[in-house]
Design a protein around this ligand. Structure first.
Ligand code: MG
Ligand code: MG
Length: 258
């Protein structure tokens, strides 16, 4: 069942979302050639600690996972699409990095992700990242009272497909609230005018995942968490937590430029 949040709850979720935004900004600023994913995880931990927030990622263990998640960020590099474990891997020049982060503050969760290139970027990677952001923006713009879930899914999917990218089926956005994953599912591809009607007070994580090689195929890596592209091509991921309101979509995880 999809829970509607009160305006006061949405404000509280915005506070949690701002912590996520600060953590992502700090991680991005710290991400340089030679820095390890574990060090980036520590940067995010420090932001959460300072804010008095906890991590909905740390210790998370959904039914598919063999082990509790060990970090406060997912760090997915190059052919990793999502759910990468922050480990000792050190970033190299031109790596495409996706960072997903959550925070729980006063019992409310925020969830957001960014993708960027470390060092000298390949033009193809910049296009992939830019398209992920554009797909996210299109999805957010469709998160309006009177629309349906399918309108968000269609908006996201159309940007990805028009640019020639693949979409990993079975993964996508979700409701957010006191828990990180709530109803409804928010797919990254769908038919307009279909699905749950959007109402004031719904809070949704919208999160396009793009496969650069253009095919939809992916596999789960040996660690049981990381999703990788089957063709070895690079992937990008972008995510915001968004409230559907009578005044239009409100991004709860917006961050300062940087
Ligand atoms: Mg996320
Ligand atoms: Mg999410």
């Amino acid at each position: 069942m999809t829970e509607l949040k009160t305006d006061a709850s949405i404000d509280a979720m915005h506070a949690a979302g701002q912590v996520v935004g600060r953590a992502l900004t700090a991680v991005r600023q710290a991400a340089r050639v030679g820095v390890s994913l574990l060090e980036l995880d520590e940067v995010a931990r420090e932001v959460l600690r300072e804010a008095g927030a906890s991590s909905p990622f740390l210790g998370y263990r959904p039914s598919f996972a063999p082990t509790p998640f060990p970090g406060v960020i997912c760090a997915s590099v190059n052919d990793a699409i999502v759910h990468g474990i922050p480990n000792g891997l050190r970033l190299r020049d031109g790596d495409l990095v996706s960072i997903d982060c959550g925070a729980e503050l006063d019992g409310w969760v925020g969830d957001s992700a960014i993708s960027f290139v470390v060092g000298r970027p390949r033009p193809a990677d910049l296009r992939l990242v830019e398209t992920a952001e554009r797909a996210l923006a299109a999805g957010i713009d469709a998160a309006r009272v009177g629309n349906r879930i399918g309108d968000i899914a269609h908006a996201v999917g159309r940007v990805c497909r028009t640019a020639g990218y693949g979409i990993p089926a079975g993964f996508g956005g979700h409701g957010v609230g006191r828990r990180m994953h709530e109803d409804p599912d928010v797919p990254n591809e769908g038919r307009p005018g279909r699905g749950l009607p959007l109402r004031h007070g719904m809070v949704l994580a919208i999160e396009p995942m793009l496969i650069g090689g253009g095919k939809d195929a992916y596999y789960e890596a040996e660690d049981g968490w990381t999703l990788r592209t089957s063709d070895g091509s690079r992937a990008a991921h972008a995510e915001h937590t968004v409230a559907v309101t009578d005044a239009g979509p409100r991004i709860l995880t917006a961050r300062e430029a940087g």
